[in-house]
Design a protein around this ligand. Structure first.
Ligand code: HEC
Length: 92
């Protein structure tokens, strides 16, 4: 079967967003979303996520290593309370 490129890409992006969302809902939105928005960061929806925090962008497109959001997770600094831990498998 031949899958038109544009279509394949789009569904991949959608799946990524779904995955990220479920990680954030589980680990992050109790402090970053809804009532509580630590550092002015709202991770409960994509547009808010792309708006970033009080300090600016938390995501750098195509550069996870340069994105504060990912470096804080991999450094083990977020979630701040260590109540839950994001596993590498979840991020990849
Ligand atoms: C227990 C509450 C709590 C949880 C859970 C939490 N955070 Fe945070 N987060 C904070 C607080 C408080 C700050 C601001 C102070 C600081 O920088 O330590 C912060 C700051 C940040 C910042 C830096 C914002 C900036 O520009 O200064 C990012 C990015 C971030 N959090 C992402 C996340 C992600 C992603 C998760 C889930 C994996 C998460 N946080 C879970 C409390 C939390």
């Amino acid at each position: 079967m031949v899958v038109p490129c544009g279509l394949a890409k789009e569904s991949h992006a959608l799946r990524f967003e779904e995955q990220i969302k479920s990680i954030f809902l589980r680990h992050c939105v109790r402090c970053h979303g809804g009532q509580t928005q630590e550092a002015d960061l709202d991770l409960s929806n994509m547009p808010a996520l792309l708006r970033g925090s009080a300090d600016g962008d938390v995501l750098v497109a195509g550069q996870p290593d340069a994105s504060p959001l990912f470096s804080l997770i991999t450094a083990g600094e977020m979630p701040a309370d260590r109540e839950t831990e994001v596993t590498v498998a979840e991020v990849e």
